[in-house]
Ligand binder design. Structure first.
Ligand code: SF4
Length: 213
């Protein structure tokens, strides 16, 4: 990437990490997937039990396969052959896990996390349950404010996820939100996390590059 562009992105990451800190959340910046894995191993001891939220970022970075190889107790919602009922059980187990890994739909420069879910398991677990939450986030998900976060979901994240999931919702055809009432609508539970009482709970890791939606 062009060095001037890298400098600007680095500054936005730095500003957002400071804002997260003000909100009792932790921020990190890593350049590569290898650096990300090293950091996660520092943050999560081998006996950690963990679960993951639905995340294209975790797949694109290879973290799902990597987690399976580590000495963690991994409640793996993507394990081959799980029935829908078994996936539900994994979602429920996530609430008692030591750690939860996911991404975020958007993060504001004021250090707020914005997420939208279909079934709500991810926004629920990020909000309450797992003792530690690790969010792997592409720097292009940093937005100015909550209005921009909402717009990002309506114009990018949700339509792209609908295309990925072949939901046939209106946004899969128009490329932006139509406030649908489709039975396949993935925008059902909306969450803003603005602060944490436990300053050791939420960890946002910015990973250089473009990941997920
Ligand atoms: S509300 Fe419906 S149309 Fe809008 S982004 Fe979500 S699924 Fe797409």
């Amino acid at each position: 990437m062009d060095q001037n562009l890298t400098t600007i992105i680095d500054k936005r990451i730095e500003k957002t990490i400071k804002a997260l800190k003000r909100n009792n959340m932790n921020g990190y910046h890593v350049r590569t997937v290898d650096e990300l894995k090293t950091l996660l191993l520092e943050l999560m001891p081998p006996e950690t039990s963990l679960a993951v939220g639905g995340s294209q970022t975790l797949f694109e970075t290879g973290l799902i396969d990597w987690l399976r190889e580590q000495p963690f107790t991994f409640y793996d919602r993507y394990a081959p052959g799980l029935t829908p009922q078994e996936v539900q059980l994994v979602h429920r187990k996530a609430f008692s896990a030591d750690a939860y890994l996911a991404s975020s739909n958007a993060i504001t420069e004021q250090g707020e996390l914005y997420n939208v879910d279909g079934s709500g398991n991810r926004v629920a677990a990020i909000t309450f349950g797992p003792s530690r939450v690790y969010l792997i986030v592409s720097p292009n998900k940093i937005v100015k404010d909550l209005d921009a976060a909402i717009a990002r979901n309506r114009e990018i994240a949700a339509p792209a996820n609908n295309v990925r999931l072949s939901t046939n919702t209106p946004c899969t055809h128009t490329g932006s939100c139509n406030d649908c009432r489709s039975e396949n609508r993935i925008c059902c539970s909306y969450s803003i996390i603005g602060h944490q009482r436990d300053a050791s709970r939420i960890h946002v890791i910015f990973l250089d590059g473009q990941w997920g939606y």
